[in-house]
Write a protein that binds this ligand. Structure first.
Ligand SMILES: C[S@@+](CC[C@H](N)C(=O)[O-])C[C@H]1O[C@@H](n2cnc3c(N)ncnc32)[C@H](O)[C@@H]1O
Length: 254
């Protein structure tokens, strides 16, 4: 698993602008939160890339991940922050957390849920943990358009601190009726002359926009706030089919 080698994961995704993403989360809180936010929780936090900047903004960071190496890497990387990170090793499908949280987020479509039962169980867990009035921000978790349309041009190489990582993504439809997809991610690493290859297969149930709206409407503990494209609150998604990296926001109401 690439996630067992957090440094390689970090290099593979170092094209992201973490500062801009953090500012966006902060803006989201200022614009839409109905409560004061202190405690922030990241689902599938991995290496916790936003933890440093969120702490500088005055938030207290909490994260959940299944992978111990990722959590250890995050704890070590941010060990000098004034507030120690609170990290939980758990499966997002069903978990309990001892503290109440004021804002939660999940990045890069990292909702690893394979059935409606798992989706329901995840949102039940979130509901238990979140304070009334808090927001849950979901990046790239709702499937607008056809993911297969992007097959073919998903190869890129990135180099950082002497480590070169070449990634290639392919998506396959496994089960049309249940919207199950398989993402095949091949990674070749050249770590200062040492070569490694990772072949990751991740299975995911796509959550379609109308299914998500229906799911939230049926629950009495969350309300839908909105969704936007290009990480821009001036660009709400309206009748669009092919949107890259859509973000969605829901609020805990009960
Ligand atoms: C693409 S990484 C995202 C890391 C980080 N949030 C970021 O923005 O870069 C996905 C993470 O999800 C974690 N993960 C996968 N399945 C999980 C599950 N069922 N429960 C909790 N974490 C999971 C992996 O260990 C990995 O660290």
């Amino acid at each position: 698993m690439l996630y067992d080698y957090p440094e390689y994961y970090e290099t593979a995704f170092s094209f992201r602008n973490i500062e801009e993403e953090t500012k966006f989360l902060h803006q989201c809180i200022k614009q839409f939160s109905k409560i004061n936010v202190t405690n922030i929780f990241e689902i599938a936090c991995g290496n916790a890339p936003h933890a440093g900047l969120l702490t500088e903004l005055g938030y207290k960071y909490h994260g959940l991940d299944l992978n111990r190496n990722m959590l250890d890497y995050a704890a070590y990387k941010w060990k000098d922050l004034p507030n120690k990170l609170q990290l939980l090793e758990a499966n997002m499908i069903d978990f309990s957390y001892p503290e109440k949280i004021d804002f939660a987020y999940v990045m890069l479509g990292s909702l690893y849920l394979n059935s409606f039962d798992e989706i329901k169980s995840h949102f039940d867990s979130m509901s238990r943990m979140l304070n009334v009035g808090s927001l849950y921000f979901l990046d790239w978790c709702i499937q607008f358009g056809d993911p297969l349309a992007h097959n073919g041009n998903n190869r890129f190489t990135i180099e950082k601190d002497g480590i070169e990582v070449e990634s290639e993504f392919q998506i396959k439809l496994l089960d049309k009726a249940n919207q199950m997809y398989e993402e095949i991610w091949t990674i070749n690493v050249n770590d200062r002359g040492r070569h490694k290859q990772f072949n990751m297969i991740e299975r995911n149930k796509a959550i379609l926009p109308e299914q998500f709206l229906h799911f939230i409407k049926e629950r009495d503990d969350f309300e839908f706030v909105g969704w936007w494209k290009d990480w821009d609150f001036n660009h709400p998604i309206e009748n669009e089919h092919d949107v890259t990296r859509p973000v969605a926001l829901i609020r805990k109401v009960k």
